[in-house]
Design a protein around this ligand. Structure first.
Ligand SMILES: *[C@@H]1O[C@H](CO)[C@@H](O)[C@H](O)[C@H]1NC(C)=O
Ligand SMILES: *[C@@H]1O[C@H](CO)[C@@H](O)[C@H](O)[C@H]1NC(C)=O
Ligand SMILES: *[C@@H]1O[C@H](CO)[C@@H](O)[C@H](O)[C@H]1NC(C)=O
Ligand SMILES: *[C@@H]1O[C@H](CO)[C@@H](O)[C@H](O)[C@H]1NC(C)=O
Length: 217
């Protein structure tokens, strides 16, 4: 065997011992969970050549069983005179609708994507494992968004597959870098009332509910 072939073999063996040793499979977490996330958000819009930075505090209520999700969000926009906005966002995937409630006004829009499963997708790339004090082991995954570009790095606990940290960058031209730490992650929904669409969201919501009930019959 010549030197070149030996090197090649060595390379293959070393690549294999590295990748073959890694046997971490994408996991699934609870289908219902509640967590608070503190975020630092940077935004750069290439078309407008405008940059901004903000801080977020979002409580996430995730209910895959009933295909719904809600955010209670406080955003501080550092660039926009420290403007604080409170948002309550309800995602009703069965209706294909998103409701954004701000200042007692409600706007609805269409959701095109399906609700994200409570799992790390099968095509996610495993980036490694690490541990926190108290022997809390986490696995880090890279999840690329093949539809709209950008990617997310998500770490989840080894045991229950619950989230600990997140870093996300969106595809351009509006680039949003959003990093966050999950706090008080628990399974279950701590406040089910967050899924109740307020009556002032109007007749459009009632009509939708009726149509979707008819479709299911
Ligand atoms: C901050 O406010 C500006 C102006 O309203 C907005 O364009 C930008 O998206 C906001 N940035 C963040 C990070 O919320
Ligand atoms: C986030 O908001 C919640 C609910 O209003 C509050 O209890 C918590 O202290 C806030 N956390 C931070 C880091 O601002
Ligand atoms: C919401 O209400 C506050 C206080 O009344 C006001 O300062 C703010 O501009 C309003 N925001 C929007 C988006 O209407
Ligand atoms: C997290 O839980 C602790 C202990 O129950 C509580 O004091 C704290 O306010 C919670 N934080 C958030 C952001 O929910």
């Amino acid at each position: 065997m010549d030197v070149y072939r030996q090197c090649l073999l060595l390379l293959i063996v070393s690549v294999c011992t590295f990748t073959c040793a890694v046997d971490v499979k994408p996991c699934c977490g609870p289908t219902k969970w509640t967590a608070n996330i503190v975020q630092t958000i940077g935004e750069y819009n290439r078309d407008l050549d405008a940059a901004s930075v903000g801080y977020g505090n979002t409580t996430i209520y995730y209910d895959y069983d009933n295909k719904q999700m809600a955010f209670k969000q406080i955003l501080l926009n550092r660039t926009d005179h420290d403007r604080i906005t409170h948002k309550w966002i309800i995602f009703k995937y069965n209706l294909g609708k998103r409701f954004v409630i701000m200042n007692q006004t409600c706007t609805s829009s269409t959701i095109r994507e399906e609700m994200e499963k409570p799992c790390i997708p099968d095509d996610a790339a495993f980036l490694g494992s690490h541990a926190y004090p108290g022997n809390l082991k986490v696995n880090v995954w890279l999840i690329e968004n093949k539809n709209i570009g950008g990617a997310r790095r998500l770490s989840v606990t080894e045991k229950m597959c619950m989230r600990t940290t997140m870093a996300r960058i969106t595809g351009g031209p509006d680039y949003i870098l959003d990093t966050g730490i999950y706090q008080n992650v628990t399974s279950g929904i701590s406040d089910p009332s967050v899924f109740v669409v307020p009556s002032f969201c109007g007749s459009s919501y009632q009509a939708l509910k009726f149509v979707s009930m008819r479709q299911r019959l």
